[in-house]
Design a protein around this ligand. Structure first.
Ligand SMILES: *[C@@H]1O[C@H](CO)[C@@H](O)[C@H](O)[C@H]1NC(C)=O
Ligand SMILES: *[C@@H]1O[C@H](CO)[C@@H](O)[C@H](O)[C@H]1NC(C)=O
Ligand SMILES: *[C@@H]1O[C@H](CO)[C@@H](O)[C@H](O)[C@H]1NC(C)=O
Ligand SMILES: [Mn+2]
Length: 682
């Protein structure tokens, strides 16, 4: 037998010892990370399996976001590393494909980032160690004590429930105050400024962790003649629901209000209720409007992040961390909360909807665009939005001023949300909506009209400034929809704004439209494309009969009536368009032919156009003269001669009651019915 090799034994022992030590080191580090070591909270703790799943997915998120952070930093700080990144990404794609197969939970969108970090954990510990761990750690930011205290609260308007005043003798005054403010101010006086709200966040928001290190915040609230208890409830809700270490200050900018109680009474309230220096009032010497007042507030702010809010809001639970984290990851991100509805008459707190991306039409009305499939898969993650709704958002002070703040040539209000959104996207930033951050907002009801602070058309002047500086050739769409207004207004001096665009080497508006608001033109084309067919729809089995509303309004069945003399331009009840949305609608109206059952003799209704095709999709085959319903093209419009009913049945070319003619037919357009319309610039 061979003599045992002592050298070998020692080597092995040392190696084993080191391996064990290394193993212990790694496992103790992992167990000390916050997401495996969460404090137990009562009340909303999920059950075990759900908890395990949550931890797993939370775990993945951490990695994803850290990766995003690293990536974002690499992009901002060291653009010369771009090449290296590319190489890494390529390889990581393969890894991530493998992982996806292993792991059904793998729903995280940018998988290459995920994989990069995965690798960091397992094989490339340098990458992981190099980043300051402290910065990457996550924590649960909920204030469970305050949430539990709130859950116990009872009383008028508590839990955001419908409130009302029972005292009949105050009715008249209630009306008066309502019409002065656009909301029920008297009722507001009876509801606690510290009232509790329903936690209507997506259920998974309750388990979400955010970076341990988040930037500090200056909230800027501008007001003009705001109702005191509503203004103070806004401030209380912010203080009650924000981590004190993050909320540095609340700046109330008084845009030269008339109401006396907004002077001493307001200041006394602040002194008596809030910590020294936490809330301050900045008074403007004259009426300045939303844009100027916000700018003044921003100049007064001293924290890392600016959050602009309206003066009639209520912040919901844990609203702040979800707004701040994307900015901590990328200082050029701007983030909007979800805006909930506080009812102006009864102060009921409810959701508006489950979120949408922001857009606009060519009269600059704010419009909403659908969420993307990826966004829907991750209902608690921030999603990209082309334009902000306007009132409520967070942005780093540094980036805000890098962009030159608001164009202060914009007067009073209007267009500023477009200006800032275009700037953010075109000049190297990003904009997100954060579903887990919710802020309620009182949408005002009927209100006594307030005299305009300016003579003249400041709104279109503002729009023209935005269009001239940022929208390149697309500005003509706006102007073409302005019916001559834009030719008459003078945009003023734009030198400073154009200089910002040049200095920051901002991208083109075309880039914005094609990469950020890529679906806007389809939903909101600058001009309605021509109809495929229009006029009266005449039956060929009985040529005296045409499709008619029979004078009925929406949500009624359509019928058949004696045809108009002029089939090309008949009276309104027979004037139909096969529109570019591929629906059959009353001309220039939003009432569409709608079929709601798929069986025999399905009646045709007049219903609100939804523009989503489906059960409102129609096609006219001008050769067979069939009007087909639905994309399958198997069911056709038919006149039942015995009962004079308008129905849909299985297509049959030999049935002349199923054949129709339109007053006007555009054959070229119909030949291309299935081709998506291209909306090109002239
Ligand atoms: C609201 O809460 C604050 C403490 O956050 C307290 O000072 C104040 O008295 C409360 N006000 C009412 C009306 O409950
Ligand atoms: C903010 O405004 C207040 C009140 O007008 C003023 O006292 C303070 O110096 C201002 N702070 C900054 C940083 O501008
Ligand atoms: C018919 O449709 C085409 C587009 O397919 C359009 O260019 C043309 O102007 C239309 N004709 C009329 C008369 O509307
Ligand atoms: Mn508002």
């Amino acid at each position: 037998m061979r003599r045992p090799n002592v050298k070998w034994l020692i080597k092995t022992a040392v190696l084993v010892l080191f391996s064990v030590l290394f193993f212990l080191l790694i496992t103790s580090w992992i167990s000390s990370t916050p997401y495996t070591n969460r404090p137990v909270h009562h009340g909303i703790e999920p059950e075990d399996s759900a908890r395990a799943a949550a931890l797993r997915s939370g775990d993945r998120r951490v990695k994803y976001e850290d990766a995003v952070r690293m990536k974002a930093q690499a992009q901002i700080d060291e653009p010369q590393h771009g090449k290296q990144d590319e190489i890494l990404d390529e390889q990581d794609m393969e890894d991530s494909a493998k992982e996806a197969a292993d792991d059904e939970q793998n729903q995280v969108e940018p998988e290459q980032f995920d994989a990069k970090l995965q690798k960091g954990d397992e094989s490339n510990s340098e990458l992981q160690m190099a980043a300051p761990i402290d910065d990457l750690q996550k924590r649960d930011w909920h204030d469970y004590t305050a949430m539990e205290r709130d859950a116990q609260r009872v009383g008028i308007g508590e839990q955001g429930k419908i409130a009302k005043l029972d005292d009949e003798s105050v009715r008249e005054n209630e009306q008066k105050v309502s019409i002065e403010n656009g909301f029920n101010g008297l009722l507001s006086d009876s509801i606690s400024v510290n009232r509790s709200l329903p936690d209507i966040r997506h259920i998974d928001c309750r388990k979400k962790l955010y970076l341990r290190k988040l930037p500090t915040v200056s909230v800027v609230i501008i007001f003009f003649d705001e109702y005191l208890s509503v203004l103070m409830r806004s401030v209380h809700s912010l203080i009650n629901r924000s981590p004190p270490e993050l909320l540095k200050e609340i700046i109330l900018v008084d845009d030269f209000s008339d109401r006396a109680y907004l002077n001493k009474e307001l200041e006394d309230y602040i002194v008596n209720h809030f910590a020294v220096g936490l809330v301050r009032v900045v008074r403007l010497p004259q009426r300045t409007g939303l844009i100027g007042a916000r700018s003044a507030g921003a100049r007064n702010a001293t924290a890392d992040v600016l959050i602009f809010l309206d003066s009639h809001v209520e912040a919901n639970y844990n609203w702040l961390p979800p707004l701040l984290e994307p900015i901590a990851i990328n200082k050029r991100a701007a983030v909007c909360p979800f805006i909930d509805v506080i009812d102006h008459s009864n102060f009921n707190y409810r959701a508006q909807d489950e979120g949408a991306r922001g857009g606009f039409d060519w009269q600059f009305f704010y419009k909403r665009l659908p969420l993307l499939p990826e966004d829907l898969k991750h209902p608690t993650e921030p999603f990209k939005s082309p334009v902000m709704a306007g009132g409520l958002f967070a942005i780093s002070a540094e980036f805000f001023w890098e962009l030159g703040g608001y164009d202060e040539g914009l007067d009073i209000w209007g267009g500023e949300q477009y200006e800032l959104s275009f700037k953010i996207w075109m000049c190297g930033g990003e904009m997100y909506d954060a579903p887990c951050s919710r802020v309620g907002h009182i949408y005002r009801g009927p209100r006594k009209s307030i005299p305009s602070p300016r003579k003249g058309d400041y709104l279109h002047k503002n729009y023209k400034r935005v269009a001239e500086v940022w929208m390149d050739e697309y500005k003509n769409y706006l102007y073409a929809n302005g019916e001559g207004i834009y030719e008459r207004v003078d945009a003023g001096d734009l030198t400073a704004q154009k200089a910002i665009r040049t200095k920051l080497k901002c991208k083109s508006f075309k880039w914005f439209m094609e990469n950020v608001a890529f679906d806007l033109m389809k939903s909101y084309p600058p001009f309605d494309p021509p109809d495929y067919a229009s006029g009266a729809i005449q039956n060929l089995g009985d040529q005296t009969k045409c499709v008619d509303t029979l004078g009925r309004s929406r949500h009624n069945r359509l019928g058949i009536y004696h045809c108009a003399d002029d089939l090309v331009r008949p009276q309104r009840s027979q004037y139909w368009s096969l529109s570019w949305k591929r629906d059959l609608r009353l001309r220039r109206k939003k009432d569409c032919m709608d079929v709601q059952i798929w069986g025999e003799n399905a009646p045709v209704w007049l219903w609100d156009c939804h523009g989503q095709q489906g059960n409102q999709y129609w096609y006219y085959d001008y050769q067979t003269k069939l009007i087909m319903h639905g994309k399958e093209g198997k069911r056709c419009m038919e006149l039942l001669p015995s009962t004079e009913e308008l129905v849909v049945n299985k297509c049959d070319v030999s049935n002349s009651y199923m054949r129709w003619s339109f007053g006007f037919v555009n054959k070229t357009a119909l030949d291309n019915f299935n081709i998506d319309l291209e909306l090109k610039l002239e």
